[in-house]
Design a protein around this ligand. Structure first.
Ligand code: ATP
Length: 243
């Protein structure tokens, strides 16, 4: 397994116990989704993987090495994060944001070709290359955020609610991009509230319930056999047509 989370507990201060005993793993080339309602602890888990929330107990490892909050260890391990708030630099142009995505890379000669790859994936970013990022719509900013994360040429891509609040046409585009990345063999952890769309594109799925506990995991067909999951989601994952 490339990413392994074992019996992790995560707290905010002394009173909020956001995640209590979560275990999950993502294998090389797998697209794994993490679904659950508001407040289930999904974003907190992603932040902990990125070293932004300290691990109170349990372990998070990337390729067997524990992540640490001190040294950008997760980024150095090849994990790229598309945060829930998109994290783009509003005062910079689209082009400047994209170049920043590759700023830590050593293979500088390859960067121009990789930016071209992202402009082909998201043509709107070519159109708005010189535009200030703050002037983009939410859907355009999300495309910029994903393109920038991909410019790190990550080993693992973490997507935190990439379709939240976006127009249906952009939601379709983003799920198509995620499905295409999976086809290319990228290792992905996709955090989503949109359970049906996530199940459609994923190899496996974890259903998280507050406070950060795994209610069930497996393929859509396997999850359909777990009564607590069916009750929590309000539908049977077994009915979802997996791509
Ligand atoms: N910075 C914070 N300080 C204190 N409590 C927090 C903080 N961030 C999140 N929480 C709490 O931790 C719990 C898990 O929140 P989290 O954001 O991880 O859930 P989520 O599943 O990602 O939900 P959402 O879809 O709303 O982001 C919730 O009870 C939330 O109120």
């Amino acid at each position: 397994m490339v990413l392994r989370i074992e019996d992790v507990h995560l707290h905010y201060g002394s009173s909020v116990r956001a995640v209590q005993g979560c275990s999950l793993s993502v294998g090389a080339g797998e697209l794994v989704s993490l679904i659950g309602q508001n407040g289930a602890g999904k974003s907190t888990l992603v932040k902990a993987i990125m070293g932004e929330v300290p691990v109170a107990s349990g372990s998070i490892t990337v390729d067997g090495t524990p992540v640490s909050s001190k040294s950008y260890s997760t980024i150095r391990a090849g994990v790229s994060h598309v945060p829930e708030n998109r994290g783009i630099f509003a005062s910079l142009t689209v082009g400047e944001n994209l170049r920043l995505g590759a700023v830590t890379r050593k293979d500088k000669r390859q960067v121009a070709a990789d930016i071209e790859r992202e402009l082909e994936r998201f043509p709107i970013l070519r159109t708005y290359w010189n535009r200030g990022a703050s002037l983009l719509s939410g859907g355009e900013q999300q495309q910029l955020s994903i393109a920038r994360a991909l410019l790190l040429n990550p080993r693992i891509l973490l997507l935190d609610e990439p379709t939240l609040g976006l127009a249906p046409i952009v939601v379709d585009l983003i799920f198509d991009v995620v499905a295409a990345l999976r086809e290319q063999g990228m290792t992905i952890l996709l955090v989503e509230q949109n359970a049906v769309r996530s199940l459609e594109v994923s190899d496996r799925c974890y259903v998280l319930q507050a406070p950060g506990r795994v209610l069930g995991s497996g393929t859509a067909a396997e999850l359909g056999q777990v009564p607590a999951v069916v009750e929590y989601l309000g539908f049977s994952p077994a009915e979802v047509v997996v791509r």
